[in-house]
Design a protein around this ligand. Structure first.
Ligand code: AOF
Ligand code: ZN
Length: 374
């Protein structure tokens, strides 16, 4: 039996995590952070981090305490991430916490940012504040898996997304892919675009589907905050593709021998063209991830097609898979599969999915799980 006090802490920290997730779609590449200030059962203040450059969650929660005419003296602060101790775009949270009279901190995880990385906890302890770390750590790590991976490895967390028929096809033999899944699935998949800062497709997908790859089709006037990325070794991206016509940033990764005239044309249309080295004859996607990481992209969504998915999977570059399976059969030996490439020779080479979860979405199933080490 766990003590009541631990269950109480878990409830409060759970609330901080829920608050943190309200920053999805705006906080990145900063972490999703929520904070709750409580004395026993009474919540004195709370808040979350909205966007880069704005106040940290802890500061928002402490200001909330003051606005409510309360004091944090002797109270506990619950937060999913270690409070910062550095001067960034905002002052160090540990100073504000110490000034407020908070006597105890319950935090879910350490901040992987090298500027913090344990120094925040140390600073709090040295000021006599009791610090407890690790409750709900798994949930907290998962919520900020993009921020953690970017800080530790300098590359974004990669999610592969696919929509396929019951027999694993993403397009008919004539290349038609609209709409294998229903509108419910498309609405659900749009949430994934909100969670990610960049979306990537292969050039074959652009040529076949002419997607917009934007974040909010409901508001076409605003430029998309989503960075749209195309892997296109010989720069075949058509000048009149929707991707280019819709406002918002577009990056194209190409090979060093791509035609210079195509490069100049695309650049004149506002597209950023980036040369990548080759790896075993194909564009080096690891280099692509490093480039995106250096740009501050913490979460990348890969939306196909089959060859692009295969390249990410074969090189172990994907962390998570989200798959929508529609209850219809396309058939056809030439119909395109979800994953192309050469595929596994023997079943022992198959790529396993771990921590698999599934849910009903409209008339389809969503299956998701972890790939690689993530
Ligand atoms: C946030 N929000 O609620 C917390 C953060 O550029 P700055 O000054 O906003 O600092 C960003 C860093 O601060 C961030 O990478 C993380 O290490 C730490 N904590 N950041 O944006 C917050 N608590
Ligand atoms: Zn801070």
């Amino acid at each position: 039996m766990r003590a009541d006090s631990e269950r109480h802490d878990e409830r409060m920290l759970g609330r901080a995590l829920a608050l943190a997730s309200l920053g999805i779609g705006s906080a990145a590449p900063n972490p999703l952070v929520g904070a709750v200030v409580a004395r026993g059962e009474r919540i004195l203040g709370q808040g979350f981090h909205v966007r880069p450059g704005e106040r940290h969650a802890e500061a928002v929660a402490l200001d909330d305490v003051t606005h409510r005419g309360e004091t944090a003296l002797g109270a506990t602060l619950y937060t999913n991430l270690e409070p910062c101790c550095h001067v960034g775009r905002t002052p160090p949270c540990v100073d504000a916490i110490a000034r407020s009279g908070i006597s105890r901190i319950v935090a879910a995880m350490r901040d992987p940012n090298p500027k913090v990385d344990g120094k925040g906890f140390r600073a709090l302890r040295s000021r006599g504040i009791q610090v407890e770390v690790g409750l709900l750590r798994v949930q907290a790590m998962r919520l900020n898996e993009g921020f953690v991976k970017l800080n530790r490895l300098g590359v974004p967390f990669v999610t592969l997304k696919g929509a396929m028929s019951l027999d694993g096809r993403i397009a008919t033999r004539s290349g038609e892919s609209k709409w294998i899944t229903s509108a419910d699935v498309r609405r659900h998949a749009r949430l994934l675009r909100k969670e990610n800062e960049a979306v990537l497709v292969g050039i074959d997908t652009v040529l076949a589907d002419n997607p917009r790859l934007d974040r909010r089709p409901e508001n076409r006037q605003l430029p998309s905050a989503l960075l749209r990325v195309v892997v296109d070794s010989s720069l075949r991206l058509p000048r009149d593709s929707r991707l280019i016509r819709v406002p918002g940033a577009v990056v194209v990764f190409c090979a060093s021998n791509a035609p210079g005239s195509r490069r100049r044309l695309l650049e004149s249309l506002g597209v950023e063209v980036v040369e990548l080295p080759r790896h075993e004859g194909r564009l080096d996607l690891e280099a692509a991830l490093k480039w995106l990481g250096a740009r501050g992209v913490s979460r990348l969504l890969v939306e196909g097609g089959g060859e692009t998915h295969a390249s990410f999977l074969e090189r172990g570059l994907a962390d998570r898979l989200v798959l929508y399976v529609a209850p219809r059969i396309l058939g056809g030996r030439d119909a395109r599969p979800l994953v192309g490439g050469d595929g596994a020779r023997s079943v022992t080479e198959a790529i396993p999915l771990r921590r698999v979860r599934w849910a009903r979405v409209g008339d389809a199933w969503m299956i998701e799980g972890s790939l690689g080490g993530g």
